[in-house]
Every structure is written in C-alpha cells, then in structure tokens.
Design a protein around this ligand. Structure first.
Ligand code: HEM
Length: 570
C-alpha cells in the first residue's frame, strides 16, 4: 500500500467514526435554516473549492451583493460556515475577540510559520500582556523610510537606463521590488538593521529572508481536495495534541511548513545570541549592530529594543515577558508586514497608473508641499513624518487603496461559545419570509469575516462603493459634479478611516501606523521622480489568497505576483 492509499484509508475510517458520532447535521442545522447560503452541488466539498482554493475577488464581492452582509457557505462533509461583513457584527467581534479563536489547524500552521508563542496564536490574558508591550513599542518607535525608498527609486532608474540607454522611460515589474522594500523596511523598523550590515552574524536571518516571500499565500491558500477532507475530519474529531501529529503527514505543503519553521527557530536563536553577545560587551567588531546595543538603551533604535525597554520597566514581575517571548515576535511581525504592505503599494501604483489625471493631481500636491534638498538642478523632495499627514490627495489615495484592496481580504475564526451577532442591516431569512436582525451562531462554528465586502458597504461608502474613487475621501475639495464622492457615514470601525482593513479592538493590526507611514513615504518620493503608466495589452487581475496580489490576466494556471508598469522619469 502506498502512502496516499494509507492516508485515504485512514480518512475513510475517520469518516465512519465521524458519521457514527452524528455530528455532521446536528451542529449547524439552525444556521442554514436562518441564513441564506450559496448553492452547492456536492455534499462532500460543498462550496469549499470555490471558496478556499479558487477564491475570486469578483465572486467574493458578488456574493455579498447577491446574498447580503451575512450568508452561509458549505465546507466539507456538510459543515456550515458563516460569511459576514455587517458593520454591527464586525463591531461585536472587535469588542469580543476572545469569544473566538483561529481554527485549530490554522493556529498550528501559524505556530510553524510565525513561531510558537507568536502574538497570532495567543488569546486572553497572555495576548493582552504581549500586546501591551508591542503596542507601546510601536508607538515609541519613529523612523524614516526615505533611504529604503531611494534605493528602490535608484534600482528603477538603473533598470530604465539598461532598457533604452537614455534612462527616461521603461517597463518595470514593480511587484517584486515592492515586496522586498516592505520586508527590508519592516526589518529595519523591527530589528534596527538589515543583514547586509553584518554578514557573519546574520546567516540565519538571510536564509529566513530568502524563503519568507509570499510564504503565507503559498502555504495556507491552496490545499488539495484530499487535504481539505482530512483537515475537516481532523478538526471535527481530534484533540489538539493529535492534530499536531497530522502536521507530520507526508505532504509537500507540510514539509515546506516544517522547513520554514526550522528557519524561524534559527532566526529567533540568532537574534538572542546577537543580543546576549552585545550585552556581554563582545561587540568590539560589530559596532554597526545597533539592534539592541546597550549603548542605545536610552533611545529605541528598533521596535525590538523598545519592547525590551518597556518590558524591563514593567512593575509587576508576573507581567514581564521573557527575552525569548519578545524575540519570538520578530518573524511574525515581518511576515505580517511583508506581503500586506508590498501588495498595497502595488495596488496604489496600479490605480495611479489607471487614473492619469488623478496621478497628476497627487503629484502636484506633493511638489507644492515638499521641502527640497540636494542639487539645485536635481532637488530631492522630503517631508518630515508629521508633514505626510497634511497631504489630502495622497492620503485619500492611500485610504481608497486600502478600502478597495484590503491587505487581508478575509480572516477566519471559530466561535468558542454560542454568540449572537447583531446586524446593522437586516437580511432576508433563508425561507424569504422574514427579516433577520441578529444571528445566533453556535459554539464551534467557523466564521469568515469578509473585510473586502465590508469595505464596499453601500450604506457607508455610497452607491459607487464598488468603484475606485479617491474623491470620496475629499468631500470639500471636489472639482466637479462628476468627481463627487458620496459623503461617508462614520460607524467608527477600525483604527484608520473607518476601514476594517486593519480590523479593530484588542487584535487590531499592531503595524497599522507603520504601514501608513511606509506607504506615505514611498509614494511621495516615488511620485516626485516617476510618472506611472499602464502597459498596453497587459491586463492585471487581483488574486485572493490570504492577501490580494496583482497577477497577469493571462497567467491562468498558477498566477504569481506580477505588476509590469510603464515608468517615465520626471
Ligand atoms: C497594509 C498593511 C497591513 C494590513 C492591511 C494589515 C492587516 C492586518 C489584519 C487584518 C490583521 C488581523 C488578522 C487576524 O486577526 O486574523 C493584522 C494583524 C497583525 N498585523 Fe497587520 N497589516 C498590515 C501591516 C502590518 C505590519 C507592517 C506589521 C508589523 C510590522 C503588522 C503586524 C501585525 C501583527 C503582529 C498582527 C497580529 C495582531 C494580533 O493578533 O494581536 N501588520 N494585520
């Protein structure tokens, strides 16, 4: 018997046990009686193939238009899941985050990707304790990302010169450079340096960087059909200790997960070794390593060193984190910031290229407000970080990008107890007979929070919520009727611009301010140097994985992140 057969046999035996326990129908009957669901053909796979492995951005928004802000989808073997994008339900989740947990296998995979003890997997008091230190550290740390931006600009200038010998214009695939930029700059913020500054002491870090790009999309998003069934059965039947064993099944995806987990552990160990050697004063040959140098104890040269300082200042010893707990947050912060920021910047440039007049308007605003340094013939625009917030068009563009292409379009939870979601906008019941104003969801139900659809709620963003229109953020600056955006009704959701893109409450994205600063810095400097254009006959479409990345329209089978744009030097 070969390995796939053994797996299938085990699966069949588990199905038998599962059916015997009669847990398939009883748990979720009520939910699908109340809330309308997507039609499905197969009881075995329900809607899960369309929903999990072939998820299409258009469909994700289209289902919301058809079924409203709450509907059900079928998982494997009759499982019923709730998909929700209602503002009141979101608020309920933000206010009660610990009534939910990540699905067990997601948590275990996340432990492998982010390292165990990472903030993603913690709940309740240990999560609160971690976040207390992390949030303060992010607030305390302020950096400029100008150097990193200029490195990308120089790279693009060089590429243009290489393409036509004059360096005035060219076609550049911006996607790759932006992902790398987001990682390098997050690393700079989190650790205070980049590995180039000391090659010997950053071997594990370099290996980690090489394998981390797009890791979440690759590992989480496209399971095989067999894996989907096994996951479903295992989650329904096995305790967490046994689930851990499942992660050792001989599957390529899982093998990659373990390889990455090993890289993570090496990376965290290296951070600790470097820190301790600095503490012992063994840093004679590596003065450049400012990450956690005792010399810098007074000021926070990185989020990591800020976390250490804040932790040391905590009065009660039981609230303190260990050094390993702090170091263990580093990989997760870098993973969380990499594709989200990189893709958001890609979409920001794509939409600027798609709207040339608007692009000129944003550029004029930047030039008008920038201070200039450098050579008289070739001045460099620069802004202090505070100045970046006073550029209405630039910030409208960033908000609209994050609204339209939220870095995490949907996230999943399982209810840890029965919960009742209130609805701001009543939905029609499954039988079409009545209005539903709240939904009872039983313990153990999987809920998909559809951020992409919330961000397109018409009652908040108006009838044109489905179009990219940055003018909606500038009600007092409209130029003409045709550019008018709807007036937004604030429901106060999320930390930034009433968007759900960074979620909200206790689990709000810890890096949201950093992300905005990164985007503001990159776009101001880049737009002062380049004009971006769409490339003729090259179509771009959004691909939904755990994030949304741009891919070539004709890249059908296994689309990979790609965004070629025309670049003209100014
Ligand atoms: C445009 C950029 C970004 C977007 C749209 C974004 C979005 C999100 C979202 C939606 C979550 C919640 C996920 C969930 O609970 O399932 C989250 C969590 C998180 N994000 Fe971000 N993020 C961005 C950038 C960053 C950056 C730059 C960092 C760090 C440098 C970061 C660090 C984190 C961490 C550590 C969490 C987990 C928080 C917790 O569970 O308490 N993110 N982010």
């Amino acid at each position: 018997m070969n390995i796939p057969d053994i797996i299938t046999l085990i699966a069949i035996m588990i199905v038998g046990g599962y059916l015997l326990q009669n847990r398939i129908f009883c748990q979720h009957q009520k939910l699908s009686d109340i809330v309308k669901g997507l039609p499905y053909r197969s009881w075995v796979f329900g809607n899960i193939i369309a929903f999990r492995t072939e998820l299409d951005f258009g469909a994700l928004l289209g289902w919301h238009d058809t079924y409203g802000a709450a509907y059900t989808v079928r998982g494997c073997l009759g499982e019923t899941r709730l998909v929700i994008s209602d503002p009141a339900a979101f608020k309920f989740f933000f206010q009660n985050p610990y009534k939910f947990s990540r699905p067990p296998l997601d948590t275990l995979s996340s432990d492998l990707i982010n390292g165990s003890g990472a903030v993603f997997s913690e709940i309740g008091p240990s999560h609160r304790r971690l976040r207390g230190v992390m949030d303060l550290a992010f607030r305390k740390y302020a950096s400029s990302f100008q150097e990193g931006t200029d490195a990308v600009i120089q790279q693009w200038i060089d590429q243009c010169q290489w393409q036509n010998g004059r360096g005035e214009q060219g076609t550049i695939n911006v996607q790759q450079a932006l992902g790398k930029f987001a990682l390098t700059e997050s690393m700079h913020a989190v650790l205070g340096d980049t590995p180039e500054s000391d090659s010997k002491k950053h071997t594990a870090q370099k290996m980690w960087i090489e394998h981390s790009s797009n890791i979440l999309s690759e590992l989480i998003s496209k399971p095989t059909k067999r894996a989907l069934i096994i996951e479903r059965l295992a989650e329904a039947l096995l305790p967490k200790t046994l689930l851990r064993i499942m992660l050792h099944l001989p599957e390529e995806r899982l093998k990659r997960l373990h390889r990455f987990s090993k890289l993570n552990a090496d990376f965290v160990n290296e951070i600790l070794v470097n820190y301790e050697s600095n503490q012992l004063g063994c840093s004679a040959e590596d003065d450049s390593d400012t990450t956690t140098s005792p010399k810098n104890n007074g000021s926070s040269t990185s989020i990591f060193s800020a976390m250490i300082q804040i932790n040391e200042g905590l009065s009660k010893s039981q609230n303190k984190l260990t050094l390993r707990q702090i170091a263990s947050q580093v990989p997760s912060m870098l993973i969380a910031g990499q594709d989200t920021v990189g893709n958001s910047l890609s979409w920001a440039l794509y939409e600027l290229a798609s709207h040339p007049d608007w692009q000129e308007r944003v550029r004029e605003e930047i030039i008008a407000h920038a201070r200039f340094s450098g050579e008289a013939e070739c001045p460099e625009p620069f802004f202090r970080n505070e100045g970046l917030d006073s550029l209405p068009c630039l910030n409208a563009h960033i908000k609209e990008t994050l609204r339209f292409y939220p870095g995490v379009p949907m996230f999943n939870r399982i209810t840890l107890e029965d919960v009742v979601f209130p609805l701001a906008e009543p939905i029609l019941s499954a039988d079409g007979e009545s209005k539903v104003t709240q939904i009872l969801v039983q313990k153990g139900t999987r809920v998909h929070f559809n951020l992409a659809a919330y961000n397109k709620t018409r009652s908040i963003w108006g009838e044109d919520a489905g179009s990219f229109n940055p003018w909606r953020w500038l009600p007092t600056q409209r130029l003409s009727e045709s550019e008018q955006g709807p007036v937004r009704v604030s429901t106060g959701l999320g930390p930034y611009a009433n968007l759900s893109s960074f979620i909200g409450g206790a689990r709000v994205c810890v890096g949201w301010r950093l992300s905005i600063l990164l985007m503001q810095t990159f776009l101001t400097r880049c737009l002062a140097k380049f004009r971006f254009k769409l490339v003729e006959n090259v179509g771009i479409r959004p691909i939904v994985t755990f994030t949304i990345f741009p891919a070539l329209d004709n890249d059908e089978d296994s689309p990979s992140p790609s965004l070629p744009l025309g670049i003209e030097m100014l």
